[in-house]
Design a protein around this ligand. Structure first.
Ligand SMILES: Cc1cc2nc3c(=O)[nH]c(=O)nc-3n(C[C@H](O)[C@H](O)[C@H](O)COP(=O)(O)OP(=O)(O)OC[C@H]3O[C@@H](n4cnc5c(N)ncnc54)[C@H](O)[C@@H]3O)c2cc1C
Length: 410
């Protein structure tokens, strides 16, 4: 058993954990991020880097370097819903540094944060370290227990942060109460090659199903929403019928739908929408998907995870430096981020019902006049764009960069 002690231990090297780890280390705080996988290479994760996250990169002085990583830029999102074409969002309306969404593989994004984190001596990232339990003493979480290739690990810290995603072990072991919000759908992810002549619509929706196509340069990352718990039935009907369903929604895919050879080429994402009633306990706080599982509508999960990390760093840097982190500090994080989370979950449900009513099984075909109204009036379009691109209550980096202090002193 290896044992050690640190200031802050972050469980999970996803967007929330890596961004928080980077921000704390940048402010001179000893931080250890534990990630259960050996690398960041996982397919079909959220790959959208929103204008609000690009704004954070800009505030950190990293934007130019970040955009050197491979990505596509999406400025306008159009959809065909029940035969009507509408503009879902137009980033030209935004007042952010970048008026586009960067489509970047999540491993590039996480690898970039890890690379930047390593510039600071107080940043530590341990891969292949899976947290399996929490250490509690007199009602306070004082550390974690983990499994690593070299054997069990015990680590004590002033603060443990649960950033371990939608199936969070941290929130499970800490007995924080989860409120289920409910999600009527699951998503099947797959990839199909992309041709230069393909239309640039990103959503095709009709009669109970919706297909989202994310431009990944040489291929489309495709997500088909299906009513909850029907993926099994679909599989039983065979891959042929599944392919036909895809072509029905987006006929131009006919010439390549056979790239889906069998069900191994299709990955099921079980959508869970929930949130913690209380995000913290003495010695522990949860952020990102660990605090609130989001619906895929609008693809805002990463955005929220990053915003949580920025808010948490803004609140925690001083108390962590002073060694005085209290539950009041942790409550401040929830107070700051719960409102945007609740509103976002509500707006997602509204969009699903109003605009994408067809996401639900046998849902009504959306009324053409409603769609035309949404298409033509500027205010709803701007609101949708702002919701997707920036989100509710965007956070700004207020934490210092110790390397700046170093430069000033030398
Ligand atoms: C298939 C799919 C497609 C998606 N598409 C989009 C999209 O297009 N846009 C968007 O914004 N969002 C999308 N999302 C949601 C988005 O990925 C999440 O909302 C976002 O990644 C949340 O970030 P996080 O850091 O909170 O959690 P996660 O990204 O889930 O990261 C958690 C990390 O913790 C690690 N971990 C878990 N348990 C442990 C443990 N016990 N010990 C150590 N490490 C652990 C995991 O390996 C993971 O790296 C998608 C999600 C999925 C699954």
């Amino acid at each position: 058993m290896s044992t050690s002690r640190g200031t802050c231990c972050i469980v999970g090297g996803g967007p929330a954990g890596m961004m928080l780890g980077y921000l704390l280390a940048r402010a001179g705080i000893e931080v250890l991020v534990l990630e259960k996988h050996a690398d960041f290479l996982r397919d079909f994760r959220g790959d959208t880097v929103h204008p609000s996250t690009l704004e954070v990169m800009h505030e950190l002085g990293l934007l130019e370097l970040f955009l050197k990583r491979p990505h596509q830029e999406s400025r306008r999102a159009r959809a065909r819903i029940g035969g009507e074409e509408i503009v879902l969002g137009d980033m030209a309306y935004l007042r952010t540094e970048c008026r586009f969404m960067a489509m970047m593989p999540q491993w590039e994004f996480l690898d970039f944060l890890a690379e930047q984190g390593r510039r600071y001596p107080t940043f530590h990232l341990r891969m292949q370290t899976e947290v399996v339990g929490l250490i509690e003493e007199r009602g306070r979480i004082v550390g974690i227990e983990a499994r690593a290739p070299a054997g069990p690990v015990e680590l004590r810290a002033d603060l443990v942060v649960g950033a371990d995603g939608r199936s969070s072990v941290v929130r499970d072991r800490s007995c924080l109460t989860v409120e289920e919000v409910g999600a009527p759908m699951d998503v099947l992810w797959m990839r199909l090659s992309k041709l230069a002549s393909d239309p640039d619509l990103i959503v095709y929706s009709d009669r109970g199903r919706a297909l989202v196509l994310l431009d990944r340069g040489s291929y489309w990352q495709c997500g088909l929403s299906v009513p909850k718990r029907t993926a099994g039935e679909m599989q039983a009907k065979g891959i042929e019928q599944f392919r036909a369903g895809i072509v029905q929604l987006a006929p131009f895919l006919l010439d390549r739908v056979s790239e889906l050879r069998d069900w191994n080429d299709v990955k099921l994402l079980t959508v869970k929408v929930d949130r913690l009633r209380q995000w913290y306990r003495p010695g522990l706080v949860c952020i990102g998907d660990a605090a609130h599982g989001m619906s895929p509508v609008g693809g805002v999960g990463i955005n929220l995870a990053i915003q949580d990390a920025v808010a948490a760093a803004n609140i925690l840097v001083e108390p962590l430096r002073e060694g005085t982190v209290s539950t009041r500090d942790l409550a401040k994080i929830q107070r700051r981020r719960e409102f945007p989370t609740r509103i976002t979950q509500r707006v997602q449900a509204l969009i699903r019902r109003q605009v994408g009513g067809s996401l639900e099984v046998c849902g009504p075909r959306p009324l053409a006049w409603v769609l035309r109204l949404l298409e033509r009036t500027t205010v709803p379009r701007r609101m949708r764009t702002h919701f997707i691109g920036v989100g509710i209550r965007p956070e700004h980096v207020k934490t210092p960069d110790v390397s700046d202090a170093h430069i000033q002193h030398t």
